[in-house]
Design a protein around this ligand. Structure first.
Ligand SMILES: Nc1ncnc2c1ncn2[C@@H]1O[C@H](COP(=O)(O)OP(=O)(O)O)[C@@H](O)[C@H]1O
Ligand SMILES: [Mg+2]
Length: 240
């Protein structure tokens, strides 16, 4: 099935107590990620939901995206309650933070991410939570990971619009003063997304207007968080 070094590392990782995600690094430096069904205590289960269902959704999402030709981290090997994925490169937040990369490459990474999200939506799917830290960049392709909230979109338009809002929200949380990278992603998204997608985004943003007021009020308070401030920036940007 898989090569002996990988098999050894995989068996060692599987013998460890299950964690949702862990890196598996081979002696030759090749890197994989092992995802497993998390075992949660009763209280955490209430907070985070059923880990078995999340795992199943993710597996279905990875397959659906691959089948639709959307760039996604592949599955190198899998068992009933685990999947081994090849490393898809650093996540977008790490790409931006990397001083060794030029600005042109960063913009390209975000444009690819936006284009990939548009293709995902054109296939009638919704990611569920395309946070900037859940998109990997390998230098050529932006790939989605973390598809726990994937759904074959019923009311696809709504969940697809929510994907765009979520992507923007996480970008403004990470970089409140710098919309360059988000703009690159949104421009590419608008080109590759299904017709009417940006209209659906603006409609959702209109519905979320009271959330913006609430967030603005809370953001002024002492406890105002980055996320709350980002909510206002997100709604302002996507209204255009
Ligand atoms: N295939 C992959 N390629 C590169 N990095 C990955 C991959 N899978 C997971 N990671 C890394 O592990 C982190 C956690 O994985 P993720 O699927 O986002 O789970 P969660 O956020 O639910 O813990 C990611 O943010 C990323 O840094
Ligand atoms: Mg994640």
């Amino acid at each position: 099935m898989i090569d002996p070094d990988l098999e050894t590392a995989l068996q060692a990782a599987l013998a460890e107590p299950p964690r949702r995600v862990r890196a598996v690094v081979l002696p030759d430096g090749r890197r994989f990620w092992l995802k497993r069904v998390e075992r949660l205590s009763g209280r955490l289960r209430l907070q985070k939901g059923d880990p078995g269902r999340a795992f199943a959704a993710e597996r279905e999402g990875l397959r659906a995206l691959a089948a639709a030709g959307v760039p996604v981290a592949g599955v190198a090997a899998e068992g009933p309650d685990w999947m081994l994925m090849p490393d898809a490169g650093p996540v977008l937040t790490a790409v931006v933070a990397d001083t060794g990369r030029g600005e042109a490459e960063k913009l390209r990474a975000f444009a690819e991410a936006g284009q990939a999200l548009g293709r995902l939506h054109r296939a009638g799917l919704a990611h569920g939570r395309p946070a900037v830290r859940d998109v990997c960049w390998d230098g050529a392709e932006a790939r989605f990971i973390d598809l726990e909230r994937f759904r074959r979109a019923r009311r696809a338009g709504f969940w697809q619009a929510a994907d765009v809002v979520m992507f923007a929200q996480t970008a403004f949380t990470a970089w409140p003063g710098d919309p360059r990278w988000l703009d690159a992603a949104l421009d590419a998204y608008a080109v590759s997304a299904p017709e009417g997608a940006m209209v659906a985004v603006r409609r959702l943003v209109w519905w979320l207007t009271p959330v913006g007021w609430l967030a603005a009020g809370l953001a002024r308070s002492r406890s105002g968080s980055r996320e709350l401030r980002a909510a206002g920036l997100t709604l302002g940007r996507l209204r255009r």
